[in-house]
Ligand binder design. Structure first.
Ligand SMILES: *[C@@H]1O[C@H](CO)[C@@H](O)[C@H](O)[C@H]1NC(C)=O
Ligand SMILES: *[C@@H]1O[C@H](CO)[C@@H](O)[C@H](O)[C@H]1NC(C)=O
Ligand SMILES: *[C@@H]1O[C@H](CO)[C@@H](O)[C@H](O)[C@H]1NC(C)=O
Length: 161
């Protein structure tokens, strides 16, 4: 009997896990995943990014559209270090991503190519490296090639909306 109960419990956990895997995550969860990949936040710029807070009302640097979806993230001169979380690609209404003046390292995640609404990115003054992902070359019309040093330092803007 006990074995059967354990078995039923096991099936239940398995189903719950699969449900969680297919169930879309909320924008708050996405932003908290992004925060999870920040290794240093010297000015506590993301202290308001807390699961008990409201994304649109409380998260500093996050701006929402009238329907309550994140459409802009501005984190300027905040010296944030870490990698850019691929999770941001789950923000389906994101239009502007501006991380000027931070210490993000690593690549621009290829997943950002999935954000159809994105039209402006400013990653100037960071420590990004690697290739410019192909999707950015296709998507964006201003790609200041002269700003690209061995450390990727770029500003990108889409030709038209
Ligand atoms: C980024 O966060 C994810 C979980 O969201 C984790 O699996 C991964 O190891 C993190 N990477 C780094 C470099 O912190
Ligand atoms: C960022 O910091 C630099 C250097 O202190 C300053 O010149 C610049 O105006 C700042 N930019 C923003 C957007 O805060
Ligand atoms: C990125 O944004 C900052 C802050 O607004 C601005 O000063 C800087 O000129 C932008 N970068 C480029 C390459 O335009």
């Amino acid at each position: 009997m006990k074995r059967l109960r354990n078995y039923v419990l096991y099936i239940f956990v398995l189903l719950a896990y699969q449900f969680a895997a297919v169930c879309p995550v909320t924008e708050k969860e996405i932003l908290l995943q992004f925060k999870g990949n920040i290794s240093s936040d010297p000015y506590n710029s993301l202290s308001s990014w807390d699961s008990s807070k409201s994304v649109c009302q409380d998260f500093s640097g996050v701006f929402c559209n009238p329907t309550g979806n994140v459409h802009k993230i501005l984190l300027w001169n905040t010296s944030l270090a870490g990698i850019l979380s691929p999770a941001l690609s789950g923000l389906k209404y994101l239009r502007i991503l501006s991380f000027f003046g931070n210490k993000f390292s690593g690549n621009i995640p290829i997943e950002y190519g999935d954000i159809d609404t994105l039209w402006k990115m400013n990653f100037s003054s960071n420590s990004l490296s690697g290739q410019i992902p192909d999707f950015l070359r296709k998507l964006y019309y201003v790609l200041s090639e002269d700003a690209i040093t061995p450390n990727l330092d770029l500003f990108l803007e889409l030709a038209s909306e």
